[in-house]
Design a protein around this ligand. Sequence first.
Ligand code: CA
Length: 226
Amino acid sequence: MKILIVEDETKLAHILEQGLKENGFVVEWAEDGGLGLEMALTGRFNAMILDVMLPVRDGFEVLRELRKSGSTMPVVMLTARSNVDDRIRGLDLGADDYLAKPFDFKELLARLRAVTRRPKDRIQSSLTVGDLALDLWTHEVHRAGKLLDLGPKEFGILEYLMSRKGLVLTKAMIMDRVWPADADCQTGSNLVEVYINFLRKKVDLGHEVKLIQTVRGSGYVIQDQP
Ligand code: CA
């Protein structure tokens, strides 16, 4: 069971990390909301412990973006004891549970067990956009039930786009993610264009709904509506 902790208070994060490890969890820790969201969107975790007050992006923003991407990963939010509004807001945005600070570690364990005990399909193993489905474990991609034959770079770009469904990714972001070693290379944006064209031929050609869309002057977005 892999848990992501997003918490900027180093001391608390270490206590959580230590305690969870002693209870058999595999733990990774992000110190701010930006990194936390990035890690959460990889779909590698079974659950997330998410603080509300965080640098870069606060816990609500992280949760909103996560749910917008289609992720159903269980999230336990850490809120201030006095703040009822925060709890309601968190639950409205799709948190599975909350815990008021300061909390008892045993209570956290119980909450984590409860949210991860839910049906297995809640653990993210695939990404979908319309009739396009990408399996994160087998790396198989199907459109309308038909298996697509993608190269590793094509898969990498598609996974990145799908994990951020509805959000515009710039060529630089795609470059940075898929060709990190060549990110500064001048031909980078051409490379992205070339691969997006390959992808379009495999994903969208012959389908009425074009999922991979160009946002002029900005980049690319994947969504099932124009
Ligand atoms: Ca905090």
